[in-house]
Design a protein around this ligand. Sequence first.
Ligand SMILES: C[S@@+](CC[C@H](N)C(=O)[O-])C[C@H]1O[C@@H](n2cnc3c(N)ncnc32)[C@H](O)[C@@H]1O
Length: 258
Amino acid sequence: MRRPAAGNTGGLHLVHGRAGRFPVDGIFLGDARELLREIPDGIVDLVVTDPPFAIEFRAARTNYHRTGSRVLEGYREIPPEDYLEFCRDWMEQAFRVLRSTGSLYVFSGWNRLRDVLQALDDTGFTTINHLIWKYQFGVFTRKKYVTSHYHILFAVKDPKQYRFHKAEHYPEDVWVINREYWTGKVKTPTKLPRKLVERILTFSSRPGELVLDPFLGSGTVPVVARDMGRHYLGFEIVPDYFEFAKRRLEQPPGREEK
Ligand SMILES: C[S@@+](CC[C@H](N)C(=O)[O-])C[C@H]1O[C@@H](n2cnc3c(N)ncnc32)[C@H](O)[C@@H]1O
């Protein structure tokens, strides 16, 4: 019998390489809050996402020592007062589409961390680890400490069934991974380093499984998923970011400009 294109994900709905109306190994332009609702229940193995923040990002962005003209415009923010509800909304859908063995990794700055943790609890997730990603290029400050870390919440749908591929003997919860600096290239302001996504995929997915990122930005999650032999699905609301991610995915694996 021919295996479905999605390989050993083997889910009821993931036949002939489709996740509902979405062809697997595709990214789609649109609002994740709507598109997520069109994914069938229980077919995703891993959600990895760095959702929009609830800060005035435009102001923060100028601090990244990057030339504005080379940074893609149009970043979508959520007002702080709406952030908890926004998190609950997409996390409820993430919970629904995950398999019982599946996991979620969600990135958060410290400023709305309370909303992210609250929404994880409210939507049925069990938080397993609170990881710290320590990076370089923290923004210079005069009267406070320089923020040079990010939070990553590792949460699961079912604490009795989730899969964890312990790739190291002693994997600590503080990860020191440098941001990538793309000299002279068009960039999105919040691109995740490949190494970080590779680490997550190594511990929480296997080749052939389906990885979802509902808030793609520059598309690092699907690019790494593809390069590591995972299937992917992703959404992005800003056309320029979507096109940028699409172009990255059109490059043959390993041939991407740094
Ligand atoms: C923090 S960035 C993601 C960065 C990404 N991890 C990377 O490596 O480039 C969040 C992304 O979510 C997008 N976004 C915001 N609201 C959205 C929505 N409702 N649906 C889909 N994408 C959305 C933003 O345009 C932005 O590109």
